[in-house]
Design a protein around this ligand. Structure first.
Ligand code: FES
Length: 257
């Protein structure tokens, strides 16, 4: 059976509300983040102020890295920022995320820009061709994202030291790194792939009570996945900004004890 055609309506949309506000805000927010993150990833400076490290540079895996937060795995050219070696994993995780796919398909490609608003494209191939077919690899980026969450949580634990490495201290930066790690966990655990991994392909939940529990928690978080996607994105940027300001002596870290 041929697919039914769209109704022939001359207008692009019959909506009279401001349907364009949401895609516009999405474009503005994502473009601002991309500009900031690109600048910081290439800056190759001000990413460490003991005991805090920026999430853009963690894990820092080359011998050019400042500090000693992670095993230095190789020596790369000094002009290559350590952030660039690890960028593909958080970037791939976000780019292939089901929520962000919806967000950028709508706001950047207008495909479609909003419900009941016709898209400008004549043809539609979905995610069956390169490069969008790569979006189907989301679950592998999810696994990589979990590894990063563990590392950034470890960074938050290390932040309970003072600048000289003595344990049992805390500053505002400790709270910032902790909040960032929590938001990243909420974002990952609310992932659609996570929900399927823990609770999918089962015939009877009654035979898998533990997985049923995980699935219940993942499902509850999943209902707010968009919220965790945005708050964790802002969280990463603000955490990096805090480390940048402290490392460049623009502000002083507020020490509690
Ligand atoms: S669906 Fe958004 S992180 Fe997996």
């Amino acid at each position: 059976m041929p697919a039914p055609r769209r109704a022939t309506i001359a207008e692009r949309t019959l909506r009279t509300d401001r349907w364009w506000v949401q895609p516009l805000l999405t474009v503005v927010a994502l473009v601002l983040f991309i500009i900031y993150a690109t600048f910081r990833a290439f800056q190759n400076a001000y990413y460490l102020s003991e005991p805090y490290i920026s999430p853009f540079y963690s894990p820092c895996i080359t011998t050019q890295c400042e500090g000693d937060t992670f095993p230095e795995l190789f020596t790369g050219p000094a002009w290559i920022s350590p952030a660039l070696y690890i960028l593909i994993f958080p970037l791939g995780f976000r780019l292939t995320c089901y929520y962000y796919r919806k967000a950028y398909y709508r706001s950047f490609w207008l495909s479609p820009p909003a419900c009941a608003v016709a898209e400008p494209h004549r043809r539609y191939s979905g995610e069956s061709r390169f490069p969008l077919v790569l979006n189907n690899g989301h679950r592998y980026f999810f696994y990589a994202g979990l590894v990063f969450n563990v590392i950034l949580s470890y960074d938050a634990v290390l932040a309970f030291r003072d600048p000289d490495g003595a344990w049992g201290h805390m500053g505002l930066g400790t709270l910032v790194l902790l909040a960032n790690a929590v938001l990243l966990w909420l974002y990952s655990l609310s992932c659609h792939s996570c929900r399927h991994i823990v609770g999918g392909r089962l015939n009877a939940f009654s035979r898998h009570p533990l997985r049923y529990r995980f699935w219940t928690v993942a499902s509850r978080l999943n209902a707010h996945h968009m919220r965790w996607a945005w708050t964790s994105l802002f969280g990463v940027a603000l955490t990096d900004l805090y480390v940048l300001l402290v490392a460049s002596d623009t502000i002083r870290d507020l020490r509690f004890f």
